[in-house]
Design a protein. Structure first.
Length: 65
């Protein structure tokens, strides 16, 4: 009888904790969305700058030949 009470108590405790934690989930606000868009834009610019740098290096190598 004691084991069943312990198991039921543990299940209830875990269930309450899961319900409580799911209620704490924070929705993404406009500032966070804007920040993510800025991050993506910076990443894209970085890729393009890197690509341009590689093209310049390739052109410089070809000019030395």
């Amino acid at each position: 009888m004691m084991k069943i009470r312990g198991v039921i108590g543990a299940v209830l405790a875990v269930s309450i904790a899961m319900v409580g934690l799911s209620g704490c989930e924070k929705k993404e606000g406009p500032g966070e969305r804007a920040g993510k868009q800025v991050d993506k834009a910076v990443e894209n610019v970085g890729k393009k700058v890197e690509s341009a740098g590689e093209k310049i290096q390739d052109a410089a190598k070809d000019a030395k030949k």
